[in-house]
Design a protein around this ligand. Sequence first.
Ligand code: ADP
Ligand code: MG
Length: 277
Amino acid sequence: MGGPWAANGREIRKMSNTGTATAALVVEGLSKTYGANGVDHRAIERVDLEVYAGEFVSIVGPSGSGKTTLLNCVSGLLAPSSGQVRSFGEPIGDGPSAEMAIVFQDYSRSLFPWLTVERNIGLPLKRTGAGKGDVAAAVDSLLESVGLPRSVIGKYPWQLSGGMQQRVAIARALINKPKILLMDEPFASVDAQTRMSLEDLTLRVWKEWNKSILFITHDIDEAIYMSDRVVVLSRGPSTVKATVDVPLPRDRDQIATKQEPLFGKLRSEVMDLVMGQ
Ligand code: ADP
Ligand code: MG
């Protein structure tokens, strides 16, 4: 195994025992055209990408380039016009698959305001029929994983800061132990310092729990800091313009990693791709 996988010092099962690639996600020829009042709007066109098991892949592209559309098609929330998505070899059906969980950009809309933190986090597990004790134990351990004190358990989302709400949303996404996390600009609306700590929290969860993550952002530095690979989308109707490998060593550090000459080189490369269209 060579390339970014080896360079990152992280064990990624790119090959399975049978020698075939272990892809957590394969997106093939995915297109989505919205139709309204007889006018068609092509949002994404023939997008191909894959996320290998254990890999962290970011998608960057300008606003309106179809990033959310792409993620919604990948998760099964939105039916594509053509193309297909497979998760660990299985085509995804209608609606989100049990293998995947989504963290949305707008934390205020991704949590239920009338449910406490405990019930917001526990809901997906409760829906699977788990008993009260199991749900409570899972919520407890997740609070610790996402760095929230136990004292928030009885609070409502609107009583928490934006960063804390996004931690609750991450805990909820993790409760059913999905193999794949889909994150749509999850930290776009929090302050810079909170954002950095949420980025590091996400990297810790990814590593410790061996998740595969598809992460959408319009922030080039964030994409490089987090990822094994960065997929650059073209302006809409978007297609994959380029994929940039990020062979920066892990664990990464908000200050040291961003000072590495390679970080600057990658930033210029991705910026050229994003701006030069
Ligand atoms: P991004 O997340 O990159 O900002 P979106 O996927 O939200 O982009 O949107 C891509 C394009 O599709 C935009 O031009 C947007 O206006 C359009 N679009 C998004 N959702 C709908 C919809 N439900 N109906 C019609 N057009 C839509
Ligand atoms: Mg979006």
